[in-house]
Design a protein around this ligand. Structure first.
Ligand SMILES: Nc1ncnc2c1ncn2[C@@H]1O[C@H](COP(=O)(O)OP(=O)(O)O)[C@@H](O)[C@H]1O
Ligand SMILES: [Mg+2]
Length: 263
């Protein structure tokens, strides 16, 4: 599906978290949304996936604006999407297989045998053949992320949303998840929107990249464009330099404030 984001603004009370966000994602593309902590990445993903409606602007899927859709219309569209969200933990009381089956049972009317086969296929796909009967507490963090990915892919989505899919993993595990995402998105031609603040992940999976800073799209281009850029903001972000145009201290303070729930 082609996604056109036009002038999206998201306000929470007096705070404007997204400002005039505009970009297009072509069908089958993997676009990575990058940016420091608190710049609005997760908010943008919630708006793109219709979990929140923007206070202004449009989000069009193949020309249809979800900001103006009824819940029923949006639900119909959501069946064609897969989600792998930050903190989107597995259901602890369900087995691995039941977790993967969850969106299938919710959105499709299929018999148990068919569901079983679908679940097995998805677990094979993420390298977890035979793990279906274990509980989330019996598998590692990296395996849990793979189950979450299998669950997101359960209904062969046309659009896949992922928020920090390798967060909290060690570098080796994180690289393995990136490689898996790359394999899946290349094989299936899903339109993929991945949010991350990890440069390595971004450069591994991206066809195109969008850099968000304080709710504004400050750069957009192919990974090669970003690598070659001399823009100080981009360089600081890519190279992780502590002193540059982004006032890191202020971000840290904001982060701490948001962690404590103060506004
Ligand atoms: N529902 C909300 N109400 C108020 N402020 C919010 C809400 N959601 C996010 N924010 C604020 O918006 C900013 C961007 O948040 P977020 O999108 O989670 O950033 P990121 O994912 O880039 O770290 C943060 O300062 C956060 O505190
Ligand atoms: Mg986030």
């Amino acid at each position: 599906m082609k996604i056109e984001v036009g002038g999206v603004e998201q306000r929470y009370g007096p705070r404007c978290v997204l400002k005039g966000v505009t970009f297009t994602i072509e069908t089958g593309e993997t676009v990575v949304i990058m940016g420091g902590s608190g710049c609005g990445k997760s908010t943008l993903l919630r708006v793109l996936s219709g979990i929140e409606r923007p206070t202004a602007g449009s989000v069009r899927y193949d020309g249809e604006d979800i900001a103006r859709m009824s819940e029923a219309e949006l639900d119909r569209l959501r069946k064609r999407w897969g989600f792998c969200f930050q903190g989107g933990a597995l259901f602890g009381s369900l087995t691995v297989g039941q977790n993967v089956a969850f969106p299938i049972r919710e959105h499709a009317d299929l018999g148990e045998k068919v569901i079983d086969i679908m679940v097995k296929m998805k677990l094979d796909m993420v390298g977890l053949t035979g793990f279906g009967d274990l509980k989330p507490s019996q598998i590692s963090g990296g395996m849990a992320k793979r189950v979450a990915l299998a669950r997101a892919m359960a209904l062969d989505p046309e659009v896949l949303f992922m928020d920090e899919p390798s967060a909290g993993l060690d570098p080796v595990m994180s690289a393995a998840i990136d490689q898996l995402i790359l394999d899946l998105t290349k094989k299936t031609k899903i339109t993929t929107i991945l949010v991350t603040h990890e440069m390595k992940s971004a450069f591994t999976v991206a066809d195109r990249m969008i850099l968000l800073h304080e709710g504004v799209v400050v750069a957009e281009g192919k990974p090669g464009d970003f690598r070659a850029s001399r823009d100080p903001l981009i360089r600081q972000f890519i190279d992780g330099q502590p002193d540059g145009p982004i006032p890191l201290r202020r971000h840290r303070d904001e982060y701490l404030k948001s962690m404590m729930g103060a506004e």
